[in-house]
Ligand binder design. Structure first.
Ligand code: MN
Length: 288
């Protein structure tokens, strides 16, 4: 097997989004605008309510998938499909915005730690204007694999014969949350040709002889195996991989399409109240 090297290390930038939520953005910054098929990776982590209390009130998306993973805290999601999501510590949500979703993501806590990730995954051109879809998984639904010094939560993809719960049919996303005790080492098989990244959020992880600092995003080179070991404080990281689309990407804020014209159309649709093309099933009309 060919181990993947660490091709690039991107430090996360402090920024804010929504109505004023503090977060660390690594992918989707000037240092790395995208890693096909991934568009953005945000890490939120704070025990100061001022950093998260304003949340993300109603806002639109079109053309891609958001994948949210909660480590700590409690968020409520509502969307134009009629979904009401309850995102608790350890749970995950996959939302295919596709032709258009308006949603809100608001804290259900006024104090305490709020911690997690949101990843934006692009959709192929043929899927961008299809029906939106939604998957949500409670913390206890996500399988966990334990071996000596190693704990892996399998959100999507596979580890040691255990399949993740999130089904991502378009880019075959792999999403693992890996915790290593000090000095532990793990081998993670990944499909060759998939784009892959590691975001280290506790301790220090080492890939191919290079150390990833806390809040460092490591872009992996090609190969079919990622080998990661933990430093003296242990390490916890997410490993994300997916099949590149190889299509043009035109992004403007919450809309990610293939051409400038499609972005203009998204704005025109949003202004005209036409962004959302499918919603909750209407109540059955009674026959006369
Ligand atoms: Mn959103």
């Amino acid at each position: 097997m060919t181990p993947r090297t660490l091709r690039q290390v991107i430090p996360a930038l402090d920024t804010s989004d929504g109505a004023g939520v503090s977060l660390r953005r690594s992918l989707g910054t000037p240092a790395l605008r995208q890693l096909d098929p991934f568009l953005m990776l945000d890490h939120f982590s704070s025990d100061n309510p001022d950093d998260y209390i304003a949340g993300f009130p109603d806002h639109p998306h079109r053309g891609f998938v958001t994948l949210t993973y909660m480590l700590d805290g409690h968020m409520e999601h509502r969307d134009s499909l009629g979904n009401r999501g309850d995102l608790r510590a350890g749970g995950a949500q996959w939302m295919k915005a596709a032709s258009g979703v308006i949603h809100s993501e608001m804290p259900r806590q006024t104090q305490g730690l709020m911690r997690g990730f949101q990843l934006w995954v692009n959709l192929p051109a043929r899927e961008k204007m299809t029906e939106p879809a939604y998957q949500e998984f409670a913390p206890e639904a996500i399988p966990e694999v334990r071996a000596e010094g190693i704990t892996v939560r399998v959100l999507a993809g596979e580890y040691a014969g255990t399949r993740g719960v999130i089904d991502d049919p378009h880019t075959h996303v792999h999403y693992l949350d890996v915790a290593l005790v000090p000095g532990a080492r793990i081998e993670l098989p990944l499909p060759a040709g998939h784009a892959a990244l590691i975001y280290n959020f506790q301790g220090r992880a080492e890939v191919a002889g290079q150390t990833l600092p806390p809040h460092g995003l490591g872009v992996l080179g090609d190969g079919d195996l990622a080998v990661v070991s933990a430093g003296s404080e242990g390490a916890r990281f997410i490993l994300v991989a997916g099949r590149p689309l190889g299509e043009p990407v035109v992004q403007y804020g919450p809309f990610v399409m293939n051409t400038r014209e499609e972005i203009d159309q998204a704005f025109a649709d949003y202004r005209a109240g036409r962004l959302v093309q499918s919603g909750p099933a209407p109540a059955q009309a009674s026959l006369p």
